[in-house]
Ligand binder design. Structure first.
Ligand code: BG6
Ligand code: MG
Length: 222
């Protein structure tokens, strides 16, 4: 068998935190008088905190100085932490744990590759911090997706060649990061959005080891 590791994005793949990001950004945009919709929020998936703020400021046509930007990002993050600190294991998306345990039983390494600096807190709140062989997050990396740094680093930490890693991603920038890392990528979400992924599944509840091996064969990554 070829796949030696699976690297999972966190937000949108393991847990649905996009709604908490939205609520927190919405509090900020309401305060600033910027019209911000759920559709706009789609553009922020997989994008770092500061880059997300830049997109929001562009939507609102605002140009605050650096200090004010930091203040906005801190405000948003404090509200976001308020939401995620109340998360429970019930918020783990369906099928995740079962699939990850199946991979582990088959000696396939599992890692997290996330842009979020709040990754440790989320993993802790949903009680899965001991599940992964490596966790690479926004606290460790300096280059945001679509730069492949996050996935290359994860492969390095688990000691697996990138071409033997499969990435699970829900964001366009994340799919591109996986491809830039030379990894096979299975999109989690809509094939209309994740057009560059090798395959797309609606959720990890649609994944199992047999399917992974089949997809790997079709993709030519085998
Ligand atoms: C990504 C999310 O996983 O993390 C983005 O998809 C978010 O929406 C980014 O902006 C950074 O998250 P945080 O928790 O460091 O602000
Ligand atoms: Mg994501």
């Amino acid at each position: 068998m070829h796949t030696a590791a699976c690297i999972f994005d966190l937000d949108g793949v393991i847990v649905d935190t996009a709604r908490y990001h939205f609520l927190a950004w919405k509090r900020l945009t309401d305060q600033l008088g910027i019209h911000f919709t759920e559709e706009d929020n789609e553009r922020l998936k997989g994008v770092s905190r500061m880059a997300s703020l830049e997109i929001i400021l562009e939507i609102g046509n605002r140009k605050p100085d650096k200090n004010l930007k930091l203040e906005y990002a801190t405000l948003k993050n404090n509200w976001y932490i308020e939401y995620i600190s109340r998360m429970t294991p019930a918020e783990i998306l369906p099928g995740c744990i079962k699939f990850i345990k199946e991979l582990k039983n088959a000696d396939i390494r599992v890692a997290i590759g996330s842009a979020s600096k709040n990754t440790p807190m989320i993993l802790d709140r949903v009680s899965i911090n001991g599940l992964f062989d490596a966790v690479v997050d926004g606290n460790i990396i300096s280059k945001a997706k679509p730069n492949p740094e996050v996935f290359i680093k994860a492969a390095e930490m688990i000691g697996i060649n990138p071409k033997h890693c499969v990435v699970f991603e829900d964001a366009v920038a994340g799919v591109q990061a996986a491809l830039n890392a030379g990894m096979m990528c299975i999109g989690v979400g809509s094939p209309k959005v994740l057009t560059k992924a090798h395959f797309v599944v609606p959720g990890l509840n649609e994944m199992n080891l047999t399917k992974l091996l089949t997809l790997e064969k079709i993709s030519g990554y085998e």
